[in-house]
Design a protein around this ligand. Structure first.
Ligand code: PLP
Length: 409
């Protein structure tokens, strides 16, 4: 008899997005004239920039000629892309890393989901609440949690992030070995400061813990004093892995390319307290289970770092951040309390008059024909909040903003 991994059975169904889709299609069927605008999507609306597309075309042509054709590439990524990342994202910010500490992948989702594999199943996990759900779900699948009771997994150290603490997580009260930090944050849009991160790095050093730092939205940071990389913090290379993605930075959500950084001095331990470099374990994991990102895609990602590529992607990022400002202004006009939208393409609002997240969803859909995401879908502390994204087109975002500004409660 084949037994299943019963940890999967602990997971509640992926209720959030199917519920949103169901409610939206029922509304559209009942109101065929309504022009429903989605500010719920976490996907980009702007196409790939010309520099990236040109590089893809060129690489496709190379694949057509015997002398430039490429088969299997290095699992960890081609040197040309790792070098470009090193130069532009790290050395240019005075962060001293080596190219072979950078691992190219097909997405930050895969990386943040897979990385937990190289830790013992006895490790205790801490994570922000609310947050991108992949961190928690993959640890549930791996058996690192107890059961799901009243919206909470037993054995997990949840770090509440609410307006009361400016969405900045406090250090864990109980033992934690792996900590996921997402900054700028999906969904709250909050970004951790240098001081916040220094506390986490110091705590991790003291507790021999590892920080898994997801900075998929670092390109959206506008405030000068917000770090783009955790390695801007002294000591971070000894305690942190960093995840980055070309998805939102350069419109690669469908093209798929990301990377993570695993510094060689980052250690975890055997049960006998012997230090083991995570770099070696991750290299082993990737070379065993992953066969690399396509050559064409890596050339496309490399083009992001050319002067033309940089100029073009920055225009798109500015466009999304302008959308964010338009949404925040509209919410404020409607008398709503809005957070985020300054260093992230996410706007997090407090639902008015004690409405719960789903009641607000219904109100927004029926009154303004706008779809957003109920905050509770990102964790129990998201109850009473709601997420809007800045990723739609400027035209539709402006139309949505006019409707938002007229909302009445
Ligand atoms: N990390 C965070 C915080 C995200 O919000 C997302 C996507 O929405 C990802 C990772 C996944 O990125 P990728 O498209 O590179 O898999």
């Amino acid at each position: 008899m084949t037994l299943v991994n019963e940890n999967y059975l602990k997971l509640p169904g992926s209720y959030l997005f199917s519920q949103i889709a169901q409610k939206t299609s029922a509304f559209k069927a009942a109101h065929p004239q309504a022009k429903v605008i989605s500010l719920g999507i976490g996907d980009v609306s702007q196409p790939l920039v010309p520099a990236v597309v040109q590089a893809m075309h060129q690489a496709a042509d190379e694949m057509a000629r015997p002398e430039t054709f490429r088969g299997y590439g290095p699992e960890q990524g081609y040197a040309f892309l790792r070098e470009a990342i090193l130069q532009h994202d790290y050395l240019a910010r005075h962060i001293d890393l080596q190219a072979d500490e950078i691992f190219i992948s097909d997405g930050a989702k895969s990386d943040v989901a897979n990385f937990q594999e190289i830790f013992s199943s006895s490790c205790r996990v801490a994570l922000q609440n609310p947050v991108y759900p992949v961190y928690l779900d993959t640890n549930v699948m791996a058996g690192r949690t107890g059961s799901f009771v009243e919206g909470i997994f037993e054995g997990v150290e949840y770090l509440p992030c609410t307006a009361e603490n400016n969405f900045v997580p406090a250090l864990p009260k109980h033992r934690a070995d792996i900590v996921y930090l997402c900054s700028p944050n999906n969904p709250t849009g909050a970004a951790l400061t240098r001081g916040d991160l220094q506390k986490w790095v110091d705590w991790a050093k003291e507790n021999k813990a590892v920080i898994l730092y997801d900075s998929a939205y670092e390109a959206f940071i506008t405030q000068d004093d917000i770090p783009h990389s955790i390695y801007e913090i002294p000591g971070a290379k000894e305690v942190a892995v960093e995840f980055r993605s070309f998805s939102k930075t350069a419109g690669f959500t469908g093209t798929r390319c990301a990377y993570c950084v695993v510094p060689k001095q980052l250690m975890a331990y055997t049960a006998q307290s012997q230090a083991v470099a995570l770099h070696g374990l991750w290299l082993r994991r990737q070379t065993t289970k992953f066969n690399g990102v396509p050559y064409i895609i890596q050339r496309a990602a490399q083009a992001v770092y050319t002067p033309q590529g940089q100029q073009e992607i920055k225009q798109n990022i500015a466009l999304y951040m302008q959308n964010a400002r338009v949404i925040v202004q509209a919410l404020e006009k409607a008398g709503l309390q809005a957070f985020g939208g300054k260093n992230a393409p996410y706007i997090w609002l407090k639902t008015p008059k004690g409405l719960d997240s789903w009641a607000f969803f219904d109100k927004l859909l029926t009154q303004a024909h706008i779809v957003g995401t109920p905050g509770v879908g990102f964790g129990s502390c998201g109850e009473g909040y709601f997420r809007l994204t800045a990723f739609n087109t400027p035209l539709l975002t402006q139309e949505a903003a006019q409707r938002l500004a007229r909302l009445q409660f």
